[in-house]
Design a protein around this ligand. Structure first.
Ligand SMILES: [Zn+2]
Length: 180
C-alpha cells in the first residue's frame, strides 16, 4: 500500500499564477515527495469506480483509497456512456477489476438540466445543432439505478458486482442506493 501524505505548500502558493501554471509549479514539489515507485498497472483492490467529474468529489480521501488501488472513471454525471463501458471492459478483461461502484452525488450540475435550452443556446451561438446527449436527470437516486442497470445488462461486461451510491457533497457521506 502506498500512501502519499497530503502535501501542504501554502507558503508557496502563488495566487498570481494562472491555474495551469500553479498546477505545474505544485507538481515539482509533488514529484519530489513522490519519489520512484513501481506500482503494477492492475489496481490492487480490483475495484472500478464510475463517478462524476464534480470538483467536490475527492474519492481518494472520501473512500480511503491510495495510488494503485482502483480505477476511477469520471464524466459529467458519472453516467454509463459507451466510453465508460469501453473503459470498464478494459478494466475488467485486461487489468483484473471484478467489482464496480457507481457514485453520483447531490447538487450535481446535471440535476434538472434543461437539455433543450442547452441545445438551443449552442445552436444560437454556433449555427450548428449539437447531437450530444448530455444526460440530465431529475432524481439522482433513480439515475444511479439507471446507471447500475445499464452496466449490469451490458453483455460485454462480465457479471461482476455493481453497487450504487449517492455522495452528499455537503456532508461528505456516502448513501447506498438499492437496486430497483
Ligand atoms: Zn455531478
Amino acid at each position: 500500500m502506498v500512501h502519499l501524505e497530503k502535501l501542504e505548500f501554502e507558503s508557496m502558493t502563488n495566487h498570481d499564477l494562472d491555474p495551469i501554471a500553479a498546477a505545474v509549479a505544485h507538481n515539482e514539489h509533488y514529484a519530489q515527495a513522490h519519489g520512484a515507485m513501481d506500482l503494477p498497472t492492475e489496481p490492487s483492490k480490483h475495484l472500478a469506480i464510475v463517478t462524476c467529474m464534480d470538483s467536490r468529489l475527492d474519492l481518494f480521501g472520501a473512500l480511503g483509497l491510495h495510488l494503485g488501488e482502483a480505477h476511477i472513471i469520471r464524466n459529467a454525471g458519472g453516467i454509463a456512456t459507451d466510453d465508460v463501458v469501453r473503459s470498464l471492459i478494459l478494466s475488467q478483461r485486461l487489468l483484473g477489476t471484478d467489482r464496480i461502484m457507481v457514485i453520483h452525488h447531490s447538487r450535481c450540475g446535471l440535476e434538472g438540466l434543461d437539455e433543450q435550452a442547452l441545445r438551443a443556446s449552442i445552436a444560437n451561438d454556433t449555427g450548428t445543432e449539437s447531437t450530444v446527449v448530455f444526460g440530465g436527470f431529475t432524481d439522482v437516486f433513480a439515475d444511479v439505478r439507471k446507471t447500475m442497470d445499464r452496466l449490469s445488462s451490458d453483455p460485454a461486461l462480465q457479471s461482476v458486482e455493481v453497487k450504487g451510491f449517492v455522495f452528499d457533497v455537503d456532508q461528505g457521506a456516502l448513501l447506498p442506493v438499492e437496486r430497483s
